[in-house]
Design a protein around this ligand. Structure first.
Ligand SMILES: Nc1ncnc2c1ncn2[C@@H]1O[C@H](COP(=O)(O)OP(=O)(O)OP(=O)(O)O)[C@@H](O)[C@H]1O
Ligand SMILES: [Mg+2]
Length: 345
């Protein structure tokens, strides 16, 4: 008895999916490898669009999609299937109406899991974060990707001990780089069977377009947010580089609160610090967070065209004034003592 209990997704293009030159280029390259019959592996740090791109590729392939999320607890049977419970059969015999005779027996019930279903029907498999599963659980993929055969465990019954993988079967993998916490090293043999494309943070136009599309915010305000996030990323001072998710969070909050960065400077500053300082540190160390907040403060000031001063002693002579400003005009006037400088805290 073979049963299937799995969720098959119908791929549809995402409504707010942004297709810039950068995205189109990666999509076309990935599709050319898939067409040539190779599984594609999108590898990159968090927030570089791996999962979204995998779904986009699947929608271009136009086959039903089966999705698996890698998990430390996974065993091969979570991928392939197993004997999940029993089927109880009950026969009630009332042939002679005065006599009630019942018969019960239990049959083990095999349930195919997602990988088997995808191989059998030639669906597109998206194995998201596959390196979160232990390598031994993923071993089953070696023969699927190379020999196009899937070994079926004893117990599935009914059919051959192996399943021929349907020619329409396609696999798309995603993973974070190996230094990330909670991921295993991908096996060399498995990695050797797929084409790995390394993704990095989006280019400027794509990051801007995604921020704008997700929050339905004006281009001008989206640009301010993206400049701040990219500035922080490029500062190299964060434990984790801020991602496009930070841009989206700030943009959506602004939108919902009906605020603009230029009219609500201090709320905007607070929002950027809250969202970006937490996104970029794991342990929440105070010193590091304060340093990051300081960089954010400078970046916001720069974007909004306002300056800020620190450590200014009014008695100090002009040359010793520390003007930590990012406003160009103010930088030029550094040597003139200014009452008009704005302090932002
Ligand atoms: N082309 C795109 N169009 C619109 N939004 C996008 C696009 N690419 C990514 N995004 C958005 O950017 C964010 C991050 O993308 P995604 O979740 O795909 O990244 P990821 O690399 O899978 O991250 P993680 O490693 O954390 O899972 C999501 O909110 C996603 O909706
Ligand atoms: Mg992802």
């Amino acid at each position: 008895m073979i049963d299937e209990m799995t969720t098959v997704l119908e791929p549809r293009p995402m409504l707010d999916f942004v297709e810039t030159k950068y995205i189109k280029d990666i999509t076309n390259r990935a599709l050319s490898y898939i067409k040539a019959g190779f599984p594609v592996h999108l590898r990159g740090p968090s927030g570089t669009g791996k999962t979204t791109l995998a779904m986009h590729l699947a929608s271009k392939i136009e086959r039903p999609v089966v999705m698996i999320h890698g998990d430390e607890e996974f065993s091969t049977s979570d991928l392939v299937g197993g004997e999940h419970g029993y089927r109880i059969r009950k026969v009630v015999d009332r042939f002679i109406h005065s006599v009630l005779k019942t018969e019960e027996d239990m049959v083990k019930r095999w349930v195919d899991n997602r990988l088997t279903v995808a191989c059998k029907y030639g669906f597109t498999l998206i194995y998201d974060e596959f390196t979160r599963s232990r390598p031994e659980a993923n071993n089953i993929l070696l023969s699927i990707l190379q020999e196009k055969m899937m070994d079926l465990p004893v117990g599935r019954g009914g059919e051959e001990p192996y399943l021929k993988v349907d020619p329409d079967f396609t696999a798309i993998f995603t993973s974070n780089p190996e230094e990330y916490a909670g991921v295993h090293r991908s096996q060399d043999a498995l990695r050797d069977r797929m084409i790995t494309m390394d993704l990095d943070h989006f280019d400027y136009d794509t990051e801007l377009a995604i921020t704008q599309a997700k929050a339905k915010l004006s281009k001008q305000d989206s640009r301010i947010i993206v400049n701040i996030v990219r500035g922080l990323r490029e500062s190299g001072k964060c434990e984790f580089a801020p991602t496009v998710r930070g841009c989206i969070m700030i943009a959506k909050t602004l939108k919902v609160q009906k605020l603009t960065p230029s009219k609500s400077t201090s709320r905007f500053m607070q929002m950027c610090q809250d969202i970006l300082a937490s996104e970029t540190s794991r342990v929440g160390s105070k010193t590091n967070q304060n340093r990051v907040k300081e960089i954010i403060r400078e970046l916001v000031a720069k974007e909004l065209g306002i300056g800020k001063i620190i450590n200014v002693s009014r008695e100090a002579d002009a040359d010793s004034i520390v003007v930590d400003t990012v406003d160009n005009k103010m930088a030029e006037n550094k040597k003139q003592k200014k009452e008009s400088l704005i302090e932002i805290y």
